[in-house]
Write a protein of this length. Structure first.
Length: 163
């Protein structure tokens, strides 16, 4: 019988993490936006000041990676507690529908509780109804009155340089 073993990523997982990011980006129709390199991921995940963490879902027996979750801490001023922001949750297509995404999300919720976090948050594309239904089935609620804003590239340069 196959089961999913969830564990923190190690530096040796960086090539697989990048591959999973590319697979997710392709699914989201955003592959053209991926510029990450293995070196950048290694530095940001395992360097002297890690900015994010990853948990890997591996099939047992065998150890093949079925999916991953990449996350980082944020902070709620209203709660005066840290939170966790789930940047990416991805299960490879051939392993979907087996409960692996739920297992990864439950493990991440467990990590949030262990760290005394006040919330676990993430974003989902409006067209991904399967994911929306899945998240709602777990008790997640959309933040309909909030709009995410983003500054990147030249706009970020301009804003950060005071121009």
């Amino acid at each position: 019988m196959t089961s999913l073993h969830i564990e923190p990523a190690t530096p040796a997982d960086v090539p697989t993490i990048l591959q999973l990011i590319r697979e997710l980006a392709e699914f989201e129709r955003l592959l053209h936006e991926v510029t990450a390199t293995e070196e950048q991921l290694h530095e940001q995940l395992f360097g002297p000041k890690p900015k994010a963490e990853v948990i890997m879902g591996r099939l047992q027996p065998g150890g093949e990676v079925a999916g991953f979750a990449l996350y980082f801490h944020n902070f709620s001023t209203f709660l005066a507690k840290p939170g966790i922001y789930l940047e990416d949750l991805y299960v490879r297509q051939q392993y979907r529908g087996r409960g692996y995404g739920e297992q990864l999300l439950r493990r991440l919720a467990g990590i949030a509780l262990e760290r005394n976090c006040g919330r676990l948050e993430w974003s989902v594309l409006d067209w991904n109804q399967r994911a929306i239904d899945f998240y709602k089935s777990l008790g997640a609620a959309p933040m309909n009155e909030w709009t995410i804003y983003r500054v990147t590239g030249s706009a970020l340069q301009k804003l950060g340089n005071g121009r």
